[in-house]
Ligand binder design. Structure first.
Ligand code: PGA
Length: 245
């Protein structure tokens, strides 16, 4: 399968900056062989969809599990779909650790994405204390186990392995670390383990090719280095150079 190169813009890039990004985002033609995905802020989704000049899918960074209701500040999977999103990030480490999202909530959101026909990109990953205590496998199995049953009702999904200690820190997992964790994720997914498993955490143009060449790494989820169109184009090109597989 083609490598997935996904950008999570977090709370960056309003609509005008989003349009400017796509004016300057010009990866080489062969980068068309990667699957490009953007997760802009909700308010910039329409600007992104309207101004992208390369084939790309768009997604939202979070959804609520209810379809509608008195839930101030939230958006539903159905609304995201109507607004043109094809995917939804679920359980990103900032949602889990800054906003206190639980495994049970992640599971409900996976179910909601499936109900609305969005592709859930479910994030998992261990804290540094958990890794140091030798609990990597236990944590990943617990996180995947919490939503695995709900994937049965989902047509297509991805998992992103993002070690919390590598997010926004400049400290990247080695390709071997990524492969080891991805193999655990796949095993925990059981019969669903052929889905794409992406690596995230301080991916940049210098390390992207090595990470995407590692066994079991099907692509990357990029935060900081996805904000600059020239930098993110280099990562897309790295994915294309690695090729499918
Ligand atoms: P980073 O973020 O690339 O800035 O480390 C990755 C993510 O949070 O998805």
């Amino acid at each position: 399968m083609a490598k997935v190169v996904a950008g999570n813009w977090k709370m960056n890039h309003g609509p005008a900056v989003t349009e400017g990004f796509f004016e300057r985002f010009r990866p080489d033609a062969n980068a068309g062989s990667v699957r490009l995905v953007f997760f802009p802020p909700d308010l910039s989704l329409a600007a992104g969809i309207g101004s992208a000049r390369v084939p790309a899918d768009f997604g939202v960074q979070n959804i609520h599990w209810e379809a509608a209701g008195a839930l101030t500040g939230e958006i539903s999977a159905e609304m995201a779909k109507e607004a043109g999103a094809a995917l939804a990030l679920i359980g990103h480490s900032e949602r889990r650790h800054v906003f206190g999202e639980t495994d049970a909530e992640v599971d409900r959101k996976v179910g909601a994405a499936g109900r609305a026909g969005l592709v859930p990109v479910v994030c998992v990953g261990e804290l540094i204390e958990e890794r140091k205590a030798g609990r990597l496998e236990e944590v990943l199995r617990r996180q995947v186990g919490a939503f695995r049953a709900s994937l049965g009702a989902v047509e297509e999904f991805m998992v992103a392995y993002e070690p919390v200690w590598a997010i926004g820190t400049g400290e990247t997992a080695t390709p071997d670390d990524a492969s080891e964790a991805h193999a655990i994720v796949r095993d925990a997914l059981g019969s669903l383990g052929r889905a794409p498993v992406l690596y995230g955490g301080s991916v940049n143009p210098a390390n992207a090719a090595a990470l995407m060449s590692a066994p079991d790494v099907d692509g990357v989820l990029v935060g900081g280095a996805s904000l600059d169109p020239e930098v993110f184009a280099r990562i897309a090109e790295a994915g294309a150079a690695v090729g499918p597989g």
